[in-house]
Design a protein around this ligand. Structure first.
Ligand SMILES: O=C(O)CCC(=O)C(=O)O
Ligand SMILES: [Fe+2]
Length: 339
């Protein structure tokens, strides 16, 4: 089974070269060394420090998807949220990608490795996840394409990471995978990691998981927990790809081939082809997206000649409600434009 290494934070330059340019996940054991946030390592300490802070909670994504409860949110104080959890142990309410309130963000300094360099997006995201044991994040990749740190303030999470080569085995539907890993037995999970070449690691208070740009991951909440999520430094070449392509496993694979700017001989032609086709579009935005998806699939096959082409499951896009309608039409008013 693939192991995720645990390291002390190296210099920003070494981290960039050894992990970011190689799309290699790793656990950093000393992020925020010497900062106040590291004094908080359990739920009681967090409630004592942040109890009054208002947080916005909603249903975890996949439950929201299945039950159609997507948008419902409510604001509770930090302490009231955990009172709600204690009274409703299996609640799916949690704070997901919630902008870190000032009172919490003031407890740590963003490390230098997160600072944008020339040729990278200036977009920087500082959010938190506050949740309860039993909650989860379904297999997915984050289509905004930023590098991610997930720092565990308190509580354990089981973190899964899967290589791009596993994509067909994950039952991919656009950027989401179909399996419910939280329902697997220990033996099934081990078998699944063997099958996919994936890895799992338990992260606990003080650990920080590095999630490479656009890589597949999933999370099981083993305890009540809180994480800080920093997202940073999307390379401009990836921004250009995101703006031209549809967020599916083929785009993911092309992006991964582009992880290291030094490999331009490998990927430069692919980005040029994709941008050329995107510029030469006809009138119909939906047809354009279909053409672009076919092109990225063909380019992916050239970049990964040895990767199996066949699906391991039905084509879920044919049977399930569309997860990304706003990406199906190049002219859709809600299609994001990445900067
Ligand atoms: O911890 C979670 O709930 C999800 C984390 C995640 O998906 C991420 O950091 O991108
Ligand atoms: Fe994620």
């Amino acid at each position: 089974m693939v192991e995720i290494e645990r390291i002390a934070m190296p210099s920003a330059e070494v981290f960039y070269r050894e992990y970011m340019c190689k799309s290699k996940p790793v656990i950093i054991t000393d992020l925020f060394a010497g900062e106040q946030i590291r004094e908080i390592a359990d739920r009681e300490a967090a409630i004592a420090r942040f109890g009054e802070v208002p947080i916005m909670v909603r249903d975890e994504y996949s439950k929201a998807l299945v039950e159609g409860t997507g948008a419902a949110t409510r604001t509770l104080s930090y302490a009231d949220y955990y009172r709600h959890v204690d009274a409703n142990r299996d609640t799916s309410l949690m704070a997901i990608e919630f902008k870190t309130p000032e009172k919490i963000a003031s407890q740590y300094k963003v490390p230098p490795v997160c600072e944008s360099q020339d040729g990278e997006s200036e977009v920087f995201v500082n959010q938190c996840f506050i949740g309860n044991a039993g909650n989860r994040a379904q297999i997915h990749f984050d289509k905004a394409g930023l590098h991610g740190f997930l720092y565990q303030v308190f509580g354990r999470k089981r973190y899964f990471w899967f290589p791009h080569s596993a994509s067909h085995k994950l039952i991919p539907m656009t950027q989401v995978g179909g399996w419910n890993l939280h329902n697997f037995t220990d033996a099934d999970r081990r078998g699944f990691l063997e099958f996919t070449g994936g890895a799992e690691a338990i992260i606990d208070a003080g650990d920080c998981m590095y999630v490479p740009t656009l890589s597949w991951h999933a999370v099981d909440y083993l305890d009540d927990s809180m994480s800080i999520s920093l997202r940073f430094r999307r390379a401009d070449r990836i921004t250009r790809l995101l703006n031209a392509a549809f967020p599916d496993m083929y785009m993911q694979g092309i992006a991964e081939a582009m992880a290291d700017p030094a490999d331009e001989a490998r990927w430069g032609w692919a980005l040029a082809e994709i941008e050329k086709a995107n510029a030469a579009r006809g009138d119909d935005g939906a047809e354009h997206v279909i053409r672009m998806r076919n092109l990225t699939r063909a380019i992916h096959a050239m970049l990964y000649p040895d990767m199996g082409r066949e699906r391991y499951a039905i084509d879920t896009e044919e049977y399930l409600p569309d997860l990304l309608p706003h990406f199906r039409d190049a002219d859709h008013p809600h299609r994001p434009s990445y900067i």
